[in-house]
Design a protein around this ligand. Structure first.
Ligand code: CTP
Length: 397
C-alpha cells in the first residue's frame, strides 16, 4: 500500500519512542521507503541501530553527518518525502517548528519540506493542556500541519490524562487515510463559522460558532483531492491552504455567495451556524441609549440550507444541527424538512464538544432512519468520518 512512498519518521525525546520502532517496522512492511531522523533526546530512549535495522536505511542523528547510503544531499530528503511523521512529538519540537526554529536536522528538514507533516504528540497531560502548546498546535494546524490526537490514559510521568501517544495502528491508519485521494475531481462547497447580523455601525447579532468544524472539513476534503470552496462567516482562523476562500458576514451575504457556486457542486456541507434572525431594520447611525428599554424587532433570515434542499438535484447535501435537548428528534426533523442526505448532530451542552473546542462528539442521522454515533474525536477526525459517508453516497449513485 505504501509502495514507492517515502516516509520520513522524526523521533524526538519521549518514552513513547519505543512505539516508534513498531511504526517503522509496519511502514516498512507496507512497502514504504522509511528514513528516520532522531534528535539527541530521542537517542536517550531508543538506539539508532534499532531504527536502522527495522527501516533498512541509515538513521540521521546529526546535522553534519556524512551521508552513508543515499547519493543525495541530506536536504533532498525534504524533497523526496511523501510524508513526515514526527512520533513522538514533544512540546519542544512542536514549539520549535511553530516558532520557525531550525537548529537541528529534524527541524531544518521539516522547514524545508513540501510534504505533509504529521505530528503525533506525547507528553505530560499538563504540558499538553498548556495554553502555550495549544496555541502552537493551533498555529501549525492553520498552516496545514496535521496532528494525531494523543489518547487519555496513565502516563509514564505518573499522571493520568490526555498525553499518551496514539497507538501505532491508529497512526498507520491516519497515514493511509492521507493517501486516499477518494475525492479527486469532486467539487465541494462548505460553509463555516457564524454570521453577523448588523444592528447599527458598531453592533451586531451573532453566535458562538468558531468555524473550526467547517475549516476542518475544508482542510480534510482538500487533502483527499477535492476542489474546495469555503464560504465563511467571520472567524479567527487562518484560511486553509489550497481552498477557494470566500469571506462573508451576514446570512444574506452567505446566501448570495452560495447561489453563485451551488449549481456546479457535487457535495455541499453546511457547517455554518447561520443566524436565524436579524434586525428588521439597520440603523445607519449608532443607536443612542434611552432611559427606557430598547425593543429590537427581528425578522427571519433566509434559510440557505432549505433553499439548497429544494434545489438538491443529485448533489450530496449535508447539514448540521447543534442542539441542547431532544437531539434525535430535532435533528431528524431538520434532516427531512431540509431534504438532506444526512445530518450531523451534536449536543452542545456536552463537555469537550461543540463550539470552540478542538474535539467534537456527533451523531450522524440518515434518511433511512439509521444513525451512527461517533465517539469523542478531534474535529479533523470527525471531518474525515463525514467525508467517508459522503464518499459512500457518491459511489452509490
Ligand atoms: N442553516 C441555514 N440557513 C439558516 C439557518 C440554518 O443554512 N438561516 C443551516 C445551518 O448551516 C445548519 C442547519 O441549517 O446546517 C441548522 O438547521 P436549523 O434548523 O437552522 O438549526 P438551528 O439554527 O439550530 O434552528 P433551531 O433554532 O430550529 O434549532
Amino acid at each position: 500500500m505504501l509502495n514507492n512512498k517515502t516516509v520520513v519518521v522524526g523521533v524526538t525525546g519521549g518514552i513513547a519512542a519505543y512505539k516508534t520502532a513498531e511504526i517503522v517496522s509496519r511502514l516498512k512492511k507496507l512497502g514504504a521507503d522509511v528514513n528516520c531522523i532522531m534528535t539527541k533526546g530521542a537517542q536517550a530512549f531508543l538506539t539508532p541501530l534499532t531504527l536502522s535495522t527495522l527501516s533498512g536505511n541509515p538513521v540521521i542523528t546529526d546535522m553534519f553527518q556524512k551521508p552513508e547510503k543515499w547519493n543525495v544531499e541530506h536536504i533532498a530528503l525534504a524533497d523526496k518525502a511523501d510524508f513526515f511523521l514526527i512520533a513522538p512529538a514533544t512540546a519542544n519540537v512542536i514549539g520549535k517548528v511553530s516558532s520557525g526554529i531550525a537548529d537541528d536536522f529534524l527541524t531544518t528538514t521539516i522547514m524545508a519540506t513540501h510534504a505533509k507533516v504529521i505530528f503525533a504528540p506525547a507528553m505530560n497531560v499538563n504540558m499538553y493542556n498548556s495554553p502555550i502548546l495549544q496555541e502552537n498546535i493551533t498555529k501549525l494546524k492553520n498552516l496545514g500541519y496535521y496532528f494525531i490526537e494523543p489518547q487519555e490514559g496513565n502516563l509514564a510521568c505518573g499522571y493520568s490524562g490526555k498525553g499518551k501517544m496514539a497507538e501505532p495502528e491508529i497512526i498507520i491508519n491516519h497515514l493511509l487515510d492521507f493517501l486516499k485521494k477518494d475525492l479527486e475531481g469532486k467539487r465541494i462547497l462548505i460553509t463555516a463559522g457564524p454570521t453577523r447580523e448588523p444592528i447599527d455601525p458598531v453592533r451586531y447579532l451573532t453566535n458562538k460558532s468558531s468555524g473550526k468544524m467547517g475549516y476542518a472539513l475544508a482542510r480534510c476534503a482538500q487533502q483527499r483531492g477535492a476542489q474546495v470552496t469555503l464560504i465563511s462567516g467571520p472567524t479567527n482562523l487562518d484560511r486553509p491552504r489550497g481552498v477557494a476562500f470566500i469571506p462573508v458576514e451576514s446570512a444574506e451575504e452567505m446566501l448570495v455567495e452560495v447561489k453563485k457556486f451551488y449549481l456546479e457542486q457535487d457535495i455541499i456541507i453546511k457547517a455554518a451556524a447561520v443566524a436565524d434572525y436579524r434586525p428588521q431594520s439597520y440603523n445607519s447611525q449608532k443607536i443612542k441609549k434611552l432611559n427606557d428599554d430598547l425593543q429590537l424587532q427581528l425578522e427571519r433570515t433566509p434559510d440557505i440550507l432549505s433553499f439548497l434542499g429544494e434545489n438538491k438535484g443529485n448533489k450530496v447535501l449535508v447539514g448540521f444541527a447543534a442542539e441542547t435537548n431532544d437531539l434525535k428528534e430535532n435533528a431528524r426533523k431538520k434532516l427531512i424538512k431540509k431534504n438532506l442526505d444526512f445530518i450531523v448532530a451534536n449536543d452542545v451542552t456536552l463537555e469537550d464538544a461543540g463550539f470552540n473546542y478542538d474535539t467534537n462528539k456527533v451523531t450522524l442521522y440518515y434518511r433511512d432512519d439509521t444513525q451512527q454515533d461517533l465517539p469523542l474525536l478531534s474535529k479533523d477526525e470527525v471531518a474525515n468520518c463525514i467525508l467517508n459517508e459522503v464518499n459512500k453516497l457518491l459511489n452509490k449513485e
